[in-house]
Design a protein around this ligand. Structure first.
Ligand SMILES: [Mg+2]
Length: 185
């Protein structure tokens, strides 16, 4: 497949690829960052190494830019390159008056401005409220809070393999994707 035809997979960080917490869970963390214990979602390295052969990969988190860069340095396999690594400064901050809090939204217009096609871009995220502007481009994943076992990345890999050559990702039904993999239970 030609590189330019590959779908861009934009991965969220917290609760999608890792879980960072100040408390100690049932097991030792994979690494410690500042005062956070960081737990890596099972199969992450394998997932990234497999998937990068078929997709372009990027990271977009709504966390602090420096945190995002530092965490990505720790989890990025040597053989995998990311198209971009973005943090909060690339998000659009909106106030939710009902909840009286700020939401950092990921708006795909920003990647369009970088020359990526929206028909060829998928966000993988555990937070619907951060991606609601582009629901047609989102694969929701169950949040990872450090619990084991966790087969989500195995399942996601299987699902992604079935859609890697889709011409327009916005035209396919992505809700309930977990039920279309053999690993679901
Ligand atoms: Mg998240």
């Amino acid at each position: 497949m030609k590189t330019e035809n590959k779908i861009l997979l934009i991965l969220d960080l917290d609760e999608t690829l890792i879980h960072a917490t100040r408390s100690e869970l049932h097991k030792k963390p994979d690494f410690v960052y500042a005062d956070y214990n960081v737990y890596i979602r099972p199969n992450l390295k394998w997932f990234l190494e497999c998937i990068h052969q078929h997709f372009k990969i990027a990271i977009w988190s709504s966390a602090d830019d420096i945190y995002v860069e530092d965490i990505v340095d720790k989890i990025k396999p040597d053989s995998v390159d990311f198209e971009f690594v973005w943090g909060r400064s690339r998000c659009t901050t909106k106030r939710n008056f009902e909840l009286d809090e700020y939401v950092h939204e990921k708006r795909l217009k920003k990647i369009k401005n970088q020359g990526f096609l929206l028909e060829k871009a998928l966000i993988v995220d555990d937070s619907p409220e951060k991606t609601r502007d582009n629901f047609g481009n989102v694969i929701y994943i169950a949040p990872f809070k450090g619990e084991m076992p966790d087969d989500s990345l195995l399942n996601l890999h299987e699902y992604l393999m079935t859609i890697k050559e889709v011409e327009n990702v916005r035209k396919i039904e992505k809700r309930g994707w977990e039920n279309r993999t053999s690993n679901n239970n």
